[in-house]
Design a protein around this ligand. Structure first.
Ligand code: ADP
Ligand code: MG
Ligand code: MG
Length: 894
């Protein structure tokens, strides 16, 4: 990775600007993100102040050598400085015409926790006079020096920042000033003297006057910051390897604070929150560096349109500096065409001359990512396939969730910042641990904090939404929430939160822990109660991207659904069939439960059949409704799976009801219920074991399925394709027996109705034995559906319902890379899936293979399914579009 010079020594310094670009097209691994993009901008002829990058390889070497630099680096850096001097015509440390530089850190990925940039380096008691003369602006020179000492003392020397702020405040107070800008050159000169005294007092040595000492001090501080606690924590949270290292960028200063023809600003080439194709940004006249984001002065809009839309007075850059603005707009277009992506840009204008200081691919919301990808493909900047690859399927989740019903009544409690889009309702909780606990027991919660910190991450993850009283659009809460796709309202300043007492107040109104609130992360509104929501629409860009995805994907996408409403939602989201229709929910229906209980508690077959006869028409009606919605598409129906005890009566009243229906004694029923008790129901009398012991249950379900199918085929003309699925099969014999029951029921119905329907009988593969014996099982089974929830439980020997207590630690310690119930354990469970698929196909080459566990909606698991060549994945209705996109990406990646 590191280049070498003629003598075979590694090269660490790469120059850029003034027609030179040692880093060529910019290798991010070597030059860091910032350095690579500076080199790349320079190489395509954009105006970049000249500079050089000390590569990331030096960072590793710096630590190898005990936090010291190799001798060879001195000559390389001197060469880099000479390059800047020759391009600018200024000399580093020369009191007559001093060169000033910035020293900027830059890892491969942008990383908070690293050293802050030092500006104006190269000023000392002598060069400040030179700068005053050359610029003709002594105030500017002394202000630059004042800022430099303050920054250097803070970020390089690590001295107490407050002491310098204090001195600045006192200087203003003493003179009766209000603003920094009121300070005159003479005032600033006096302040510099005070700063120098302060440095000596706090550091024990005078402020470094040798500009080379200043430079090496700053370079060392950048490399030193790579191992700072803040940087380490950030790396840990974001899976950034510790050996990447950071680069250091040294660059000629340009000044946005040289009067009214100078300015500094930040911009996005498209709107990062909506994706709208228009320049988006802010700038400040006569300002330097961080002034724009520091919030001391209110920045002005870039474009006239944006200014007018906001109803703001101060001139936009387009109006105030039309020529420079036009040049900047040209640069935006060049950069977008070059990088073929939306760019996040920093620029400075020095006396009407434009300079580019940074560019990178801009962070964006899911909505913007989608729009930008689709627009850029339509504009011909990228291909449809690249557009597909650009959008993170998991982020689509943000767009798929219901938004607040615009017609619903709202009781608005307060308003904060719209920090992360989407709406959420839930019970108020004031700490992350409680949020996690309540969410684990199935409750929707809104995590409410004064502000969040990294210790709250687990609670933020568990919560449906996040509300904070403090912090802006880039606060921890906002950034993390956007990353997770959680709705967030931040900085709701009128909230007074007393988490310890379990209350928050807005004026007179009080909200207690456990009260339900709704937040709208798109408007910032906080409302009392649960506000009703409406379905999102899959039209527009979303629909377009989905069409493109559908063209390239091979995997079919089905849904897990058992109500007509869910089936309809799933079809709207593009489901191509049902991969899992569970039938037990149908048994819980209030109108049927007594008949179900009667069936379970019956002591003989005749008693069971009497109860099943009552259930048959109900089941038939359920299936008919679903078949009607899914007409023409395959529908996989799983026969009864759960342990019977789940349906047992608990209350005396419930027993009495069953007694009345059956004519049996309550006591006898209770005895029978006791007999059904199981020590380990998960491994007990469930799945096809029910069908083996009581075939009449499956027989009734099969009849209901086929009668419904014939009925719908007759009515609509589009016959559904039932795929009858036998659960929890371990042996071929079980499946043979159950298939015979189903086939017999089918024949009976077809003969009776005088009409045949195509159907399949297959099995779920959810036990390791079934995967191992898949070759035999495929003799009777016409399809396999991998039930990876149970397969994960049975392969890992981990109960999903009890895993919360230890699985987090397992993931933390890297035992499993991700929660194996969320993303398939490829080496273990995945190996069984692959083996079963292979063995099944050997017996029956056209066997249909799918996955119906939770994993069917997880992009990483979908990539695995593509790899082993399954025919389809099945996901919950809201995850269907995610699965379609993930399947397309998986096909493209192959
Ligand atoms: P960050 O990664 O935090 O954005 P940067 O190194 O980009 O840090 O810089 C911080 C600020 O200083 C930015 O506003 C940037 O534009 C400005 N800056 C950096 N280098 C220079 C320079 N050579 N001349 C003028 N401004 C600069
Ligand atoms: Mg920057
Ligand atoms: Mg199962």
């Amino acid at each position: 990775m590191t280049a070498t010079n003629g003598a075979g020594e590694p090269v660490y310094v790469y120059r850029f600007g003034g027609g030179v670009s040692d880093g060529g097209k910019g290798d991010k691994n070597l030059l860091g993100g910032k350095g690579a993009n500076l080199a790349e901008m320079a190489s395509i002829g954009l105006p970049v102040p000249p500079g050089f990058t000390i590569s990331t390889a030096m960072c590793a070497r710096y630590y190898e050598e005990g936090e010291a630099f190799p001798e060879s680096l001195r000559a390389e850096v001197a060469n880099g400085i000479a390059h800047i001097e020759s391009v600018t015509g200024k000399t580093f440390g020369d009191p007559a015409n001093p060169l000033l530089v910035s020293v900027r850190s830059g890892a491969r990925v942008s990383m908070p926790g690293m050293m802050d940039t030092v500006l104006n380096l190269g000023l000392n008691d002598a060069t400040v006079e030179g700068l005053a003369k050359v610029s003709g602006d002594p105030r500017f020179a002394w202000d630059s020096y004042r800022r430099f000492i303050q920054m250097y003392a803070d970020v390089v020397l690590g001295l107490d920042h407050d002491r310098f702020e204090e001195a600045l405040e006192i200087a203003k107070e003493d003179r009766g000033y209000f603003l920094d800008t009121d300070l005159t050159a003479a005032d600033l000169k006096a302040l510099v003297a005070e700063y120098e005294t302060l440095v000596e007092e706090l550091w024990g040595k005078p402020f470094p006057q040798d500009v080379h000492d200043q430079l090496w001090g700053a370079v060392g501080a950048v490399f030193g910051s790579w191992q700072s606690e803040r940087a380490k924590v950030y790396r840990r949270l974001n899976d950034i390897p510790g050996d990447w290292g950071t680069a250091v960028n040294v660059q000629a200063m340009v000044f946005g604070n040289m009067g009214d023809t100078s300015a500094t600003g930040v911009a996005f080439t498209r709107d990062p929150s909506t994706g709208e194709n228009g320049y988006y940004g802010e700038f400040l006249i006569n300002a330097q560096g961080e002034d724009v984001v520091a919030g001391i002065r209110t920045p002005q809009y870039l474009t006239r349109a944006a200014r007018e839309a906001a109803g703001a007075k101060p001139a936009s850059m387009e109006e105030a500096m039309p020529e420079v603005y036009a040049e900047l707009a040209g640069v935006f277009d060049t950069l977008e065409r070059h990088y073929r992506d939306m760019q996040d840009i920093e620029f400075t204008v020095e006396r009407a001359k434009l300079w580019m200081l940074q560019t990178r691919s801009g962070k964006r919301t899911a909505k913007a990512a989608l729009k930008i990808a689709v627009d850029m493909a339509s504009e011909g900047l990228i291909t449809e396939e690249q557009a597909i690859a650009r959008v993170d399927p998991a982020a689509l989740d943000q767009l798929l969730h219901p938004t607040l019903d615009p017609d619903a009544a709202r009781d608005v409690l307060t308003k904060g910042l719209p920090a992360s889009p989407g709406a959420a309702s839930g019970k108020v909780v004031f700490d992350a641990d409680t949020a996690e606990k309540m969410a684990a027991s199935g409750e929707d919660v809104i995590l409410v904090r004064v502000e969040t910190s990294p210790e709250d991450i687990h609670g933020m993850h568990a919560a449906k939404g996040i509300l904070t009283a403090r912090g802006g659009m880039t606060s921890h809460a906002a950034v993390v929430a956007r990353g997770m796709g959680r709705p967030c309202v931040s900085g709701a300043g009128s909230l007074s939160i007393k988490g310890k007492d379990g209350v928050m107040r807005v004026g007179e109104r009080e909200v207690k822990a456990g009260d339900v609130i709704t937040i709208d992360g798109s408007t910032g509104e906080v409302m009392m109660g649960a506000v009703p929501t409406v379905q999102p629409e899959l039209a527009g860009d979303f629909g377009t991207l989905m069409t493109w995805a559908d063209k390239v994907r091979r995997l079919k996408v089905r849904t897990n659904a058992e109500t007509p409403a869910d089936c309809r939602t799933a079809r709207e989201f593009g489901a191509e069939g049902i991969g899992l229709c569970r039938t037990e929910h149908m048994f819980f229906d209030a109108g049927r439960i007594t008949a179900v209980r009667q069936m379970i508690l019956a002591s003989d077959e005749a008693g069971r059949r009497a109860a099943l006869d009552k259930l048959l028409p109900e089941q038939r009606a359920d299936f008919a409704e679903i078949f009607a919605v899914m007409a023409g598409l395959p529908v996989t129906i799983r026969l009864l799976d759960p342990p019977l005890h789940e349906f047992l009566p608990h209350e005396d009243a419930e027993f009495e009801e069953v007694a009345k229906a059956t004519g049996l004694e309550v006591e006898a029923l209770k005895r029978r219920a006791g007999e059904l008790h199981e020590f380990n129901p998960m491994l007990g009398h469930r799945g096809c074991r029910l069908g083996v012991t009581y075939p009449e249950i499956y027989e009734m379900q099969a009849r209901a399925i086929f009668e419904a199918a014939v009925e719908v085929a007759e009515k609509s003309g589009a016959a559904p394709v039932p795929e009858v699925m036998i659960p929890l099969v371990a042996t071929a014999k079980e499946l043979e027996l159950m298939k015979a029951v189903v086939d017999m029921a089918a024949e009976a119905v077809f003969t009776d109705k005088g009409r045949r329907i195509d159907y399949l009988v297959g099995t779920m593969i959810e036990l390791p034995r079934a995967a191992i014996r898949a070759g035999e099982i495929a003799e009777a089974g016409e399809f396999f559906s991998f039930g990876t929830n149970d397969l994960t439980q049975t392969t890992l020997g981990v109960s999903r319902d009890d895993a919360a207590r230890f699985l987090g630690v397992y993931v933390e310690k890297g035992i499993y890379a991700r929660d194996p119930f969320v993303s398939i354990d490829v080496e273990g469970v995945g190996a069984l899936v692959e083996m079963a698929a292979e063995r099944g196909r050997r017996t029956r080459p056209d066997i249909k293979l799918g996955i119906c566990g939770e994993h069917g909606g997880d992009p990483a698991s979908i990539a695995f399914c593509e790899q082993v060549g399954l025919d389809y994945v099945s996901a919950s209705p809201y995850r269907v579009p995610i699965a379609r996109l993930a399947a397309a990406q998986a096909a493209l990646a192959k």
